[in-house]
Design a protein around this ligand. Structure first.
Ligand SMILES: N[C@@H](CCC(=O)N[C@@H](CS)C(=O)NCC(=O)O)C(=O)O
Length: 304
């Protein structure tokens, strides 16, 4: 019944579970200097999507440059393959070059997002939750001070939501999708829907997870998973008890966020689908990209 073939090398536990590696570079310090920092991202990746959204919401697109890796990668990892996927800052061919410039002994998995310091020529931080905090609070007058994704009085509630949503939704879909163990798959997949069911109730009488007025960090961290849910996680990661579109509140909430603050432009479903369906051959051996589903993110959301 169960198989324990390691699918992800060092990120596979002895029981076939997926165990995400810790991010290696965790400095929280930036100087609010325009043009000094650079973001390396993938539009495909839900973690990098947090950083793309933070940069947009805080009005930091002129102050912090950004380059995008090709969503389709091989065993050499994220790459700049030309065209829209180039690195004008360092001319890297592979994102691994940024990691090795920072730590020549680095030999773990190279991930996005990466916040890069052009002056020091090193990675500042490669943990997406921390990068989002740095974008929210670290850039002083360069950033839009009217937007605060992590307001002081709301922090305990945001932290609690983040912890639950990280474990059972953001990373929950990965734990369900990447495990080689049937029991772990079932437990993790059911856990995803237990949380979505709860969030569906929560969003019945409030516009956003924490407040009615404005989205916080907790909303955007949930959003990047929901935006990928029906196109990828239902099929590719077998989280198929329900679809996002089967949840009236969660689906309307997703459209509400999608249609606000110029976020639509950050959701690149073509790159998202290409990445997942083409680069996990252990899950999708024939590397076909599904034609659907047809989703209308622009349909009126009727919230707020
Ligand atoms: N803890 C990291 C995780 C980031 C992560 O795992 N990103 C994935 C893409 S979704 C990645 O870069 N994977 C490397 C690969 O697929 O080779 C964070 O939140 O920043």
């Amino acid at each position: 019944m169960t198989s324990v073939t390691p699918a992800f090398g060092r990120e596979t536990g002895g029981d076939g579970s997926f165990q995400r590696q810790d991010s290696a570079f965790r400095s929280g310090t930036v100087e609010p200097v325009a043009g000094r920092y650079h973001l390396y991202v993938s539009y495909a990746c839900p973690w990098a999507h947090r950083a793309i959204i933070g940069r947009r919401l805080k009005g930091l697109e002129d102050a912090i440059s950004m380059s995008v890796v090709d969503p389709v990668r091989d065993e050499r990892g994220w790459a700049f393959t030309g065209g829209e996927f180039t690195d004008p800052v360092n001319g890297f061919r592979y994102l691994s070059e940024a990691y090795r410039a920072t730590d020549p002994t680095f030999d773990a998995r190279v991930t996005v997002p990466v916040l890069w310091d052009k002056e020091l020529g090193t990675i500042v931080n490669n943990e997406s939750g921390e990068v989002l905090r740095i974008l929210n609070g670290g850039f002083g007058d360069l950033a839009d001070s009217t937007v605060d994704l992590y307001p002081e009085p709301l922090r305990p509630e945001i932290d609690a939501l983040n912890a639950r949503i990280y474990d059972t939704v953001n990373n929950g879909v990965y734990k369900a999708g990447f495990t080689t163990n049937q029991e772990i798959y079932e437990r993790e997949a059911r856990g995803v829907f237990a949380t979505l069911d709860e969030l569906e109730q929560r969003l019945a009488d409030r516009r956003y997870l924490v407040t009615d007025d404005v989205p916080t960090e907790a909303d955007w961290r949930l959003f990047t998973t929901l935006a990928r849910f029906d196109s990828v996680y239902v099929t590719h990661f077998k989280c198929n008890l329900r679809r996002l579109v089967d949840y009236p509140n969660l689906w309307a909430y997703t459209r509400d966020l999608y249609q606000s603050y110029g976020i639509a432009d950050t959701v690149r479903l073509d790159q998202i689908k290409a990445h997942y369906y083409l680069t996990h051959p252990q899950i999708n051996g024939n590397r076909l990209i599904p034609i659907g589903p047809e989703l209308d993110f622009d349909a009126p959301h009727g919230r707020g």
